[in-house]
Design a protein around this ligand. Structure first.
Ligand code: VGL
Ligand code: ZN
Length: 195
């Protein structure tokens, strides 16, 4: 079910890992990853106009991170701190005052969620945020983990259906991830349902 929603200053938009390495041409490309950018720009405009909080998480690995195949992980080397591939997509219109959250910075720990080890839940609660709206990359990894943690942390949590894309290592992973998020209590939203 979809919901009509009016954004207020107690809401936060959480844009997950819209970085060059996760887009076509990058080191760990998500199919159509760049397609989330124009949609997210629409959300950004709505949230900025409402005086809401805008968060952008970024995968920000040290060069020896355990996530990488050459260090025992399952992924090609990607989003290494300070590299071009770790930059946000150049067309993503992040406003001044965007809260940038760097994650998965400890070499020996995988951390898919924007809440994992970042203090993000506490920061958002401190400034009065009650609802979070999550979009970005990738549906079946970092978006899913971030949504699950948001629900667990007590936020009313919306998955931005039209602003996510998945890796789909196995076909259907993203669809399965969406079902898991909904089962956990997240709600689906598309930009047409924002007033
Ligand atoms: C991600 C795989 C590895 C993501 C990050 O942002 O979803 N996926 N690192
Ligand atoms: Zn990563």
């Amino acid at each position: 079910m979809n919901h009509n929603v009016t954004i207020t200053s107690q809401d936060a938009l959480i844009i997950v890992d819209v970085q060059k390495d996760f887009c076509p041409g990058g080191a760990l490309p998500v199919s159509e990853g760049d397609k989330v950018v124009p949609v997210l720009n629409k959300y950004i405009k709505k949230f900025a106009d409402a005086g809401a909080v805008i968060v952008a998480t970024r995968d920000w690995h040290p060069p020896n991170h355990r996530s990488f195949k050459k260090h025992g992980g399952i992924w090609p080397t990607h989003c290494v701190q300070g590299t071009d591939g770790a930059k946000f997509h150049p067309d993503l219109k992040l406003p001044e005052g965007t809260m940038v959250v760097s994650k998965a910075v400890a070499p020996d720990k995988e951390a898919y969620s924007g809440f994992n080890g970042t203090g993000l839940a506490e920061k958002l609660k401190k400034i009065g945020v009650k609802r979070v709206f999550v979009g970005g990359l990738a549906t079946d990894y970092c978006v899913k983990s971030t949504v699950m943690d948001a629900v667990k942390s007590g936020f009313e949590t919306f998955l931005l259906e039209d602003a996510v894309r998945g890796v789909d290592v196995n076909p259907g992973d993203s669809e399965k991830a969406v079902q898991e998020m909904l089962a956990k209590g997240a709600k689906k939203l598309t930009v047409s349902h924002l007033k």
